[in-house]
Structure formats: structure tokens, C-alpha cells
Write a protein that binds this ligand. Sequence first.
Ligand code: MG
Length: 248
Amino acid sequence: MITHKSSRELELMRRAGRIVAEALDIMKGAIRPGLATLELDRLAEKHIRREGGIPAFKGYRGFPASICASVNEEVVHGIPGLRRLKEGDIISIDVGVQYQGYFGDAAATFPVGQIEEEAECLIRVTRRALEAGIQQTREGNFLSDISNAVQTYAESRGFSVVRNYVGHGIGSEMHEEPQVPNFGPPGRGPKLSSGMTLAIEPMVNAGTWQVDTLADEWTVVTQDGRLSAHFEHTVAIVKGCPEVLTVL
Ligand code: MG
């Protein structure tokens, strides 16, 4: 069932979303060569708890950390650890926060120092693919208009979109209906209406869209070992139009 949020619920989701955005901003400022991904996780958790939130990923199906940290060919669900970032890496960070029973969820990919042109381009295209999806998140459109906008933009730039993982409804649960794929024809699925809240999250690969899961049973990597980027926002439809909730 797709739930429509009241203005009171949207207010709590804005608060959760702001904490998510602040945590990402803090981590962005800390990223440098030599930093262990576990240190990013500590910074995020400290901020989330200081703001009265709860790290939504910690303990989710047994996930051991507050953020997902996925480096280079890692697509999503990387576990923060002792791995140290190197100049030229890219790191995708995904954060979820629960605030007074409501969730915010966002992700972004950041450069570590100077990165190669292809990596730079992949990051820019993935961010713009998310923006293209957000532009379709309006009353009267169909759900798959979002999916199609993301895929069309990413593929027009020569990249591929991951099929195995998708965006989702969000609210009093981190994952609600509907699923929000990053691919497919337009004009399908439920019609969008005010009060719906969606986490839209394109994962875009430099090479093949196909992915594998590592032996840790969490980390998803590209099958060809090429780079992947991930951007996500929690978006509400308010008075017919998209409002991004995971912003500062
Ligand atoms: Mg998500």
C-alpha cells in the first residue's frame, strides 16, 4: 500500500531529511586520502545522535554500521572499515536517519582528491540523472516516468543503470511501497499524487549494469570492475510538485 503523508508527517520527514543532509555534508568535508571509511561512519553517527535521530541502517537486517561506504567499483552496501581512501578514489556514501518515527534517506558520491575525467563525468551524470527523476516526481505523472527519465539521461551519456537495486517509498518505514526502478518505459505504474514520499536513487555504472555481491553478503560490486556512482534524495510531492527533503 502506498501511504500519503499528512503535513505533520512531512514536517518530521523534513527534520529527518535535514539530519541526513547535514551528516553527508560533514562527511564530505572530512574526505581526504588516508582516511579510513570507519571514521566517516563515526562522524555520521555522532551527528545523527546529537540531533536526536537514530541511524536507520545500523542493525537493519544485521548491517553493522550507520552508513554504507562504497568505494570505486563498489555500487552500494559497502561496510565501513579500516580501508583507507586513496587519491583518485570515488566514494559513495548512503545514510538513513529515523527521527521521531519518520525516515530520511540520501546518498552521494564524492571524489577523493584529484580524480580521473571518467570518474568526474560519472559522478556528474549520476547526479543529473537523479535530478531528471526528481523533475518527473509530480502529481499526474506515472511512477515509471521517474524511472524512464533516470535511465534515458544516464544512457544518453554512455553509462548504464543498475537493475537489481531500486528506489522505494519511505515514511514511517525506511522501505515502503512502491519500488522505484531506475529503468523502464514511461507511463506505467501508479499515478503520482500529493503526499507521496519517494527515495529516488540511481546507481549508475561506467561499464556493464550487471553486479555481484561479495562474500561479506553486503557489498555490491560491478561485474566488470569498472566504477559506479550513486545519488539519492528523499522527495515528497507537495501541492503537486517535488520537494526534496534531504537538503540542508
Ligand atoms: Mg534508499
